[in-house]
Design a protein around this ligand. Structure first.
Ligand SMILES: NC(=O)c1ccc[n+]([C@@H]2O[C@H](COP(=O)([O-])OP(=O)(O)OC[C@H]3O[C@@H](n4cnc5c(N)ncnc54)[C@H](OP(=O)(O)O)[C@@H]3O)[C@@H](O)[C@H]2O)c1
Length: 344
């Protein structure tokens, strides 16, 4: 804990790959909350691919401008409250930003600002029971609708959402093939998470590797990355196969204000024709649109965790000063297994 509020600022406009020089550090006095506000001390900050999109577009939060405190989901603890609904010691999930202390305006609350359930670790609250676990859960509920014996392909399987999607698909009795970056991560998917097979998207011929693992075609494609993963999977999808397209991480770190994230970048005329012929339609889902069901999903995922039926792989980096490097070299360059967080 510090006496001042350390902050990472989005300092210089992003013009290409994100670099440390896009951020600057400062310390400011801690602000007292006003009527209707609470002061939250951050404990664990989530670094997510979506952080990279905040510089170039508005999505579920306003676009960042240079000079803004870097945004990001975090778990924190209420240390002062001028809103009777929040007490000192309450644990909060929200877009608390890259800073030690955040002011939460209760009158501005959105779906992702809430008091956390008791009895879970910060890592669980921000991962499997938070945005990424629920992205997996609602995607399978709304789009996957899996049946035992089906073949499921998971893009971004080594990441926070994909690791949970793959395990839930295994629990549903499916044959699950995941994409990972490199042989070590592919081994991890099979040996640690119980996937049936894994394909190295950085390998020589991922399309052929995937085809060998899906001799009967693909019933459900969980697509978070686009690029070669999407291009390898579409030709194997059965007519009418379900397609959960919830992100496009392979394109994020090249996005600029002039050329924001392009969700259709992987599509070629040949792939479009396959989609037309087989009635294949990507379905996008924003996890927060389902947050009215958050507590039910949290309860089911927590029960699976407690019963040892699912793992919540997490990588933790220690230290406020590591935030920019963790987003740049961890999240955006793939140096992590499962969910990646920074503990302050
Ligand atoms: N729609 C929603 O509501 C919602 C909610 C949460 C997240 N998302 C989106 O879901 C996606 C995944 O999020 P996450 O939290 O799971 O991210 P994450 O933990 O950082 O994992 C990213 C995954 O993408 C893979 N990847 C990265 N670059 C790739 C490339 N060029 N080609 C193929 N695979 C690549 C990584 O593979 P390796 O590390 O093995 O290389 C890793 O498995 C993001 O696009 C995010 O924006 C959407």
């Amino acid at each position: 804990m510090t006496e001042t509020n350390r902050q990472w600022i989005y300092a210089r406009p992003v013009t290409g790959q994100l670099v440390a020089e896009n951020f600057s550090y400062r310390e400011i006095p801690i602000i007292d909350p006003k009527q209707g506000q609470v002061l939250v001390r951050n404990r664990l900050v989530s670094t997510d691919p979506a952080n990279r999109t905040y510089f170039v577009m508005q999505n579920y939060r306003p676009k960042l401008d240079p000079g803004d405190v870097m945004a990001g989901f975090a778990i924190g603890e209420v240390v002062a409250s001028r809103d009777r609904r929040f007490r000192i010691g309450d644990v909060i999930h929200g877009d608390l930003g890259w800073q030690d202390y955040a002011i939460v305006n209760s009158y501005e609350r959105s779906e992702y600002v809430y008091k956390c359930s008791l009895g879970y670790s910060d890592e669980e609250l921000i991962g499997i029971l938070g945005v990424t676990g629920l992205t997996a859960y609602f995607g399978l509920q709304e789009v996957g609708r899996l049946n035992a014996g089906e073949t499921v392909v998971v893009g971004g399987a080594t990441g926070a959402c994909g690791a949970i999607i793959g395990q839930l698909a295994k629990l549903a009795g499916c044959r699950v093939i995941g994409f990972g970056g490199g042989s070590e991560k592919c081994r991890w998917l099979v040996e640690e998470l119980g996937f049936d097979a894994a394909v190295d998207y950085k390998g020589n011929d991922p399309a052929t590797d995937l085809a060998l693992n899906c001799p009967d075609g693909v019933d459900f494609f969980s697509d978070a990355v686009g690029g070669i993963v999407t291009q390898s999977t579409i030709p194997l999808m059965k007519p009418g196969a379900r397609w959960y397209h919830y992100g496009n991480v392979s394109t994020y770190d090249s996005a600029t204000l002039d050329a924001p994230v392009d969700l259709g970048k992987a599509m070629t005329p040949t792939l479009r024709k396959i989609c037309d012929d087989r009635n294949l339609h990507p379905r996008f889902l924003l996890v927060f649109d389902y947050y009215c069901q958050r507590l039910r999903a949290e309860g089911e995922l927590a029960a699976l965790l407690k019963a040892g039926k699912i793992k919540a792989p997490t990588t933790i980096v220690e230290g406020f000063e590591k935030l920019p490097d963790t987003l740049i070299n961890g999240t955006l360059r793939g140096n992590r297994y499962g969910k990646l967080n920074v503990r302050l």
